[in-house]
Unconditional design. Sequence first.
Length: 565
Amino acid sequence: PERRFGGSPGDAAHHAAGPMDPAKIRTRFPPEPNGYLHIGHAKSICLNFGLARDYGGACHLRFDDTNPEKEEQEFVDAIKDMVQWLGWRWEHAGHTNLYQASDYFGFMYRAAEALIEDGLAYVDEQSAEAMRLNRGDFTTPGTNSPFRDRSAAENLARFREMRDGKHPDGAMVLRAKIDMASPNINLRDPALYRIKHAEHHATGNTWCIYPMYTFAHPIEDALERITHSICTLEFEDQRPFYDWLLGHLARLGLLAQPLPHQYEFGRLNLSYVVTSKRKLKQLVDEGHVKGWDDPRMPTLVGLRRRGYTPESIRAMVEGTGVTKTNSWLDYSVLEGCLRADLEGRAPRAMAVLDPLKLELTNFAEVFGSADFRDPCHAPAHPHHPELGERQFSFGRELWIEREDFAEVPPKGYHRLYPGNKVRLKAGHVIECTGCTKNDAGEIVSVQATVVPDTKSGTPGADAIKVKGVITWVAAHEAVPAELRLFDRLFTEAQPDGGGKDFLEALNPNSLRVVQGFVEPALASAAAGSHWQFERHGYFVADRIDHQAGRAVFNRTTTLKDTWAP
Ligand code: ATP
Ligand code: MG
Ligand code: MG
């Protein structure tokens, strides 16, 4: 099979110690390109690339593409994109450490033949059902296959027939010959190769047999001279096979010392979402969400579209540490990391999510004309004057939040109600005089008067003390915007816990789209730019749908923690 990536360590490179960069330690992130990366993968990425960075090492990005039917180039590209987005690079000391398991299919095949010749592997023609039954379980030892004692020559001939396409899928498998009575079920003659007449996204139709993950993975690590092969806890029982296989291949002269070692760590799970590629795929395929990058998805493409920054994701996974137990992290921790990241750097802006018209009935009197535009400004960030000022203007008609007016104020309400004065943020003080209703009795507009000489930042502006400050956008320049507001995707913290059908816990109200208004400067907001809309939270200009003439913002998170149970 052809090599698609330069500098990959094939068999020859391995024997010749290969043209590799100098590294004190070598780790790898080995995704299977069968879906998009999720927040759990971010943990593994940051752990592996972080260790390499901290200890003078290199981290390889390796596509574990041994399962042809589920893998696609689309996923390969998306994974590369996301590792880079998180801030990591697989180039090290002038070498491109980008690999794919399928580059080693030739070596793996020869390794399998060497095991057969050494009496350590055999072709088993039992049915899948018989194989399962004969494996035994935790209390019962397994039973030897009737094909277990065939000669090496016979096994070799059979295995070559498998390779040459002489047998259909499932007719036989190559198995390691270890111990059917081992207390570790993973050592009861695990399968090494299976027949699969399937086209592979990288090797095409070159092969109709494919190595099993448990056989392929240790070899990939050894050929790339990985020192620390870090995987999740469920692989702990695989470690004896990992060592068995590499030990024998080294003894047979196919691999050189030092051999890699496997280490396990706990998975990271996030509450109120699922982090299994299979379940995420189901959400996409069945249309419960709008795609892998739906902002409600815990995929990295989804989190990015939602407005999470690489910094916030790295801070979150680094904050969880590396443990020997699987951890459940509350979604609010991720939100907290985003707030901590954006608080100091996201520019501020005003947005009205639930618009109600406000009319200033004495406007023409105070400013000389109903069409007057009174220029206003506010800092882009309250603590960073160097970020400059936003310009907007004040006019006779404004948009305010519907919740900022009450005909009959509840106790402690300091916003607009007849007879009360409030300050328009970065603008004037106004006094509410009443409201207008339609035939159905719904409030359609609020009336108020401007109090002269109260504009923020002008001498004497503070002469009148008010208890309430409200946000607003002038109707003459407000930019209509689609605002996408999200809630949890699931109503239960562990939607797939306890064998439940996770779809039953889907939140039917996880997306609310509202038409609002934003400040004029936001008409030119770059897609993907982050903003703090005062009092409403952190928003991002949608990286796909936000365009000139169509403003679309996603709320990443509210300003305060509203998720806490
Ligand atoms: P999934 O169960 O979502 O399909 P996976 O482990 O099968 O995930 P891979 O593509 O094989 O998916 O994962 C690549 C690497 O990411 C593996 O080393 C795996 O251990 C690690 N990983 C996957 N999920 C998590 C998680 N939730 N927490 C930490 N590491 C993870
Ligand atoms: Mg996997
Ligand atoms: Mg999996």
